[in-house]
Write a protein that binds this ligand. Structure first.
Ligand code: ATP
Ligand code: MG
Length: 285
């Protein structure tokens, strides 16, 4: 599914002393099956962008199109949007509220026409995708799970609806390295199956490894939009936008300051290895 924002403006608390123009004329087109990372300093408008894209906050100006249809137009069926768009807010584990895992994960399916058997199948598959055994956990209370496990349950709840677009707001923040890798591998797999992914994160190394394209917001304005290698090699501007290019890119820069010839688009650990080996070999001589 494709997503397009055209000249979107969103203002919180308009005409008050607290007025805040969180999105200021943002235009962005994400094609079917793309994996886009969204970055920017805290308060730049990332969560607001996702909420507007999810149909949760009507912009004061501009349009939001999903598969070419204006989702805020009168007559647009919002229920259809809920079925097609999976949204994971920041710290989703705090939003679990049902009494059993089965009820929690099937929550988004409650207004669909699916039969009980179809629902169960969806819940079972979604739980499997995030690494749970359906039979083992279905009757358990979500509240008894650890923080990381709760987040996986929340993700299963989103996946059960089989969305065509995933809007993920800092889904890996606070996860341990294994949980983070598992989550990103799952996102990759879904993207490989044709799901469009927009992922907000401050983790540039993770985005360098998984996203193809990076969008950076600054004060509600689109500051950069391009291939990950291109955006992450704009070091001076990144510093101005409050974005770190990641530890691998920092390491590449350290090598450059020591006189190594490392191209500016080296931003991943895997790409650094040949340069480190070359340095090592030179030292041995
Ligand atoms: N409900 C609200 N009422 C008023 N202002 C708000 C509201 N929500 C967000 N804002 C303001 O809008 C701006 C954008 O907020 P947003 O939450 O989208 O930023 P963000 O990029 O997601 O930040 P973070 O990285 O901290 O999650 C900020 O200046 C914030 O203070
Ligand atoms: Mg946010």
């Amino acid at each position: 599914m494709s997503l397009e924002l055209r000249e979107v403006v969103l203002t919180y608390a308009p005409h008050t002393a607290l007025e805040c123009r969180a999105l200021d004329g943002v235009s962005l087109r994400v094609e079917d099956g793309e994996f886009v990372g969204i970055m920017g300093r805290t308060g730049c408008g990332k969560s607001t962008l996702l909420q507007v894209a999810a149909g949760l906050m009507r912009p004061a100006e501009g349009t939001v199109l999903v598969d070419g249809e204006d989702i805020y137009a009168p007559g647009y069926r919002r229920s259809r949007l809920c079925e097609r768009m999976g949204v994971l807010f920041q710290y989703p584990e705090k939003q679990l509220f049902e009494t059993t895992v089965e009820r929690e994960v099937s929550f988004a399916l409650r207004h669909t026409d699916l039969t009980m058997a179809e629902r169960r199948e969806r819940v079972c598959r979604a739980l499997e995708l995030v690494g749970f055994d359906y039979q083992k956990v279905r009757e358990q209370s979500p509240l008894g799970f650890s923080g990381g496990e709760k987040r996986r349950l929340a993700i299963a709840g989103v996946l059960a609806a089989r969305p065509g677009i995933l809007l993920l707001d800092e889904p890996i923040a606070g996860l341990d390295p294994v949980g983070r890798q598992e989550f990103l591998a799952l996102t990759d797999r879904l993207c490989g199956e044709g799901v469009t992914v927009l992922l907000v994160s401050h983790n540039a190394d993770a985005l360098a490894d998984h996203a193809r394209r990076i969008v950076i917001l600054e004060n509600g304005v689109l500051a950069a939009d391009g291939p990950v290698e291109q955006v992450f090699s704009r070091r001076e501007e990144l510093a101005r936008w409050g974005v770190s290019p990641g530890q691998a890119a920092e390491c590449a820069e350290q090598l450059r300051t020591r006189g190594e010839e490392v191209p500016p688009d080296v931003i991943r650990y895997g790409e650094l290895l040949p340069y480190l080996l070359r340095m090592g070999r030179r030292r041995e001589r």
